[in-house]
Design a binder for this molecule. Structure first.
Ligand SMILES: *Cc1c(COP(=O)(O)O)cnc(C)c1O
Length: 356
């Protein structure tokens, strides 16, 4: 064929999203995509509805109003914030801007699948560093750095492992990287960790650290696709050249602004998530199912083997409970289960008990 895509693109495997339906079951509970079971803030919904009156108008290109709201809530300079169509877009802009053919993009063994997809899309080479017992291993990451490494991604807390490494470990990673290599801290789950700012101090103190955040998880706006990044001015200036001028829609900008300002609701979601997550973790341990110290809005029980994980998954499905198989992430004996409402968490635990 004469028309061929750029190198790397045919190596991309299509993203497998969490299942949303079960054949023959009409009422399902979706606990496969780490969505907020309580939905977005009421203020975000109101803002979204109000934006319906302005759908004929192009959205703002500078996203100033949303950036200012994020800046106020997180005490950040709005000039150093960039908003994207989910943090997925920010991740892909980073890869397009800073990695190409011959360059390497490094992440951990059970790292988020978009790092690989975005690296390949940019023509770069994905490189994987081993983890230690499902925790990011700074020494292994530093050992995997070569003169070709341009970007290093770590999610803290990480998906799908749910684990987190300490701030001084992240600092050690940043300090150990060469000057021409950007460390990206993916903070998709940062809001779930009490008092955690996603590693913000590291970004302000260094020139090679960047952060991505999302409205898809604690803010409950995954359906609208909004994310953002914060980092050195020079990096943000580069990404803004690549960003589509109207990448975020009017409803997305309005809803996100209201959501980020509703700090009371965000805090309520954090507390409620921690309560049910810790309960599930304790229940799993009581059943003899190991589970690391979970830091985000999901649990990752590890069953005896892949067959048992599949049996549990099948039984949950028969009850209308959809969770995430993570064999594709190299964790065939585990299931990733989003922390749902209290009722749903109790149903999940009861159903797992029935299998074991
Ligand atoms: C869910 C998730 C994201 C968020 O992606 P969006 O594009 O913002 O919806 C980013 N990183 C990780 C590790 C995630 O789990």
């Amino acid at each position: 064929m004469g028309i061929t895509p750029q190198p790397g693109i045919m190596d991309i495997k299509l993203y497998q999203s969490g299942a949303a339906s079960i054949e023959g079951v009409s009422e399902v509970v979706k606990l496969s995509s780490n969505e907020n079971p309580h939905g977005p803030s009421k203020r975000a919904l109101d803002a979204f509805r109000q934006s319906a009156g302005a759908l004929h108008v192009y959205p703002s290109t500078d996203q100033l109003s949303l950036r200012e709201a994020i800046g106020e809530v997180h005490d950040m300079d709005p000039e150093r914030i960039i908003c994207g169509v989910g943090s997925d877009e920010v991740i892909s802009l980073l890869c397009y801007a800073f990695a190409g053919p011959g360059d390497e993009v490094l992440y951990t063994e059970h790292g988020f699948s978009m790092y690989k997809i975005s690296a390949l899309a940019a023509g770069a080479t994905p490189v994987i560093a081993p983890e230690t017992e499902r925790y990011a291993d700074v020494d292994a990451l530093l050992a995997a750095v070569t003169p070709a490494t341009r970007l290093v991604f770590i999610a803290n807390p990480n998906n799908p492992t749910g684990t987190m490494i300490a701030e001084d470990e992240v600092a050690r990673l940043a300090d150990g990287l060469p000057e021409n290599c950007l460390l990206v801290l993916d903070g998709a789950y940062a809001e779930y960790v009490e008092g955690f700012d996603g590693g913000r101090a590291l970004i302000d103190a260094r020139e090679n650290v960047f952060m991505t955040r999302t409205f898809s998880k604690i803010y409950g706006l995954g359906g609208l696709r909004i994310g953002w990044g914060y980092g050195p001015q020079e990096i943000v200036d580069v990404l803004n050249r690549l960003r589509g001028p109207f990448n975020l829609s009017v409803p997305a900008l309005s809803a996100a602004e209201a959501a980020v300002r509703d700090v009371g609701y965000t805090e309520w979601c954090r507390v409620e998530n921690a309560r049910m997550r810790d309960w599930m973790e304790a229940q799993l341990r009581t059943m003899g199912v190991p589970c690391d110290a979970m830091q985000a809005n999901f649990v990752l029980p590890r069953f005896a083997d892949a067959a048992q994980a599949e049996a549990v998954d099948a039984h949950l499905k028969s009850k209308g409970l959809i969770v995430r198989m993570v064999a594709g992430y190299g964790l065939p004996e585990a299931l990733r289960i989003t922390v749902g409402s209290e009722t749903d968490c109790k149903r999940v635990i009861a159903a797992i008990k029935e299998v074991l």
